[in-house]
Design a binder for this molecule. Sequence first.
Ligand code: FAD
Length: 390
Amino acid sequence: MSTERFDVVIVGGAAVGSAVAYFLKHDLGFAGTVAVIERDPTYAHAATSLSAASIRQQFSTPENIRMSRFGIAFFDGLKLRFGREASVGFRAGGYLLLAGAAGRAVLAANHAVQQAEHADIELMDPAQLQARFPWLNTSDLAAGGFGRSGEGWFDAHALLELLRRGARERGAVYLHGEVTGIERRRDRIDAAMIGDGRRIACGTLVNAAGPQAGDVAALAGLRLPVEPRKRCIFVVACRAELSGMPLVIDTTGVWARPEGNGFIAGVSPPDDADPRAEDFDVDYALFESTVWPALAHRVPAMEALKLVRGWAGHYDFNTLDQNAVIGPHPQVKNFIFANGFSGHGLQQAPAAGRAVAELIVHGRFVSLDLARFGYARIAAGRPLREANVF
Ligand SMILES: Cc1cc2nc3c(=O)[nH]c(=O)nc-3n(C[C@H](O)[C@H](O)[C@H](O)COP(=O)(O)OP(=O)(O)OC[C@H]3O[C@@H](n4cnc5c(N)ncnc54)[C@H](O)[C@@H]3O)c2cc1C
């Protein structure tokens, strides 16, 4: 058996794993050795590749707002970090979260949290919504939250490539292989075992395995309630001109936004039809039963839309509270989680990467206090719920 040793070994090299490597080697100037172990360098099934690649500030948890705001700041600073050509194609189209009478109070309460965080979100009444978005059916709406700046969508592949390139340029090594075992001696992780027989000894091990994070934690005998849950995205064409359309999230949870010359749309399945996912088959029945009717109701011009195609990806779903788990295991301190983002991990990858890098180098959060996202709440079974999850 061959053994190599790295000071930091990161399991999973998509957005989050690569962000950890990038921030370690770049912002934190970490002088130690860093390896990223990735089972599929094409990233064909990574959540990063299959996501809707959108970014918002309309959360109910202050830490989520702060993390996503750092994502926007990171986009703003791309050229300084990566050179004049660098771009993730960010389009500041905004989000529009809609509420009926029943949801108005929650929307307003979340808006107060967002305002306290200086997020540029406008709380609109139906008349304002109608004036600003004339193509929207406001007949059964009580309010909407619109992100005037700092929200929109971007190119996930471009972000991943920049992070990978930046990490590599500063000496991080990407190893191709699947971690199939983790060597743990009581309260310490000694090594990651790759399926082909390589043993990669480590000072610190970071779990950045996305939807598989629970499985990777289990390899070390640790419990993490994160599992793959299927989410489908439908590409639709629609002749109507929906000028200035943001990413609209309907009262039903159905969402849609412009993409290229058309639109993409989706919805999370009901809780009782949302098992651990194994396959990537597109649930077209969900489009017919839920997505299309909701879109046709909310945006009458979409009644005449045409389904072009669809794809399915897996959320890195935290079954306790749909919030991230960031930080070391309380007993096995050299095992660090960066998991469970549950549908908002791409926009938070820069903040998560920086946070984990700070933990490794300084032993504490420096830029953003993410202590409430730590493992303690998982151990205690005490959820920190995010209200705005879709
Ligand atoms: C349909 C869909 C829509 C989404 N929309 C958005 C959105 O609009 N905005 C947003 O911010 N987020 C969104 N997300 C969530 C976001 O994509 C994820 O939270 C984020 O990409 C997680 O990044 P990651 O690097 O942790 O995981 P991944 O991108 O899944 O990467 C994990 C990597 O780990 C590797 N890996 C796993 N196990 C092992 C192992 N044992 N050994 C070696 N390698 C391993 C995998 O091959 C993979 O490359 C969406 C997700 C989906 C599925």
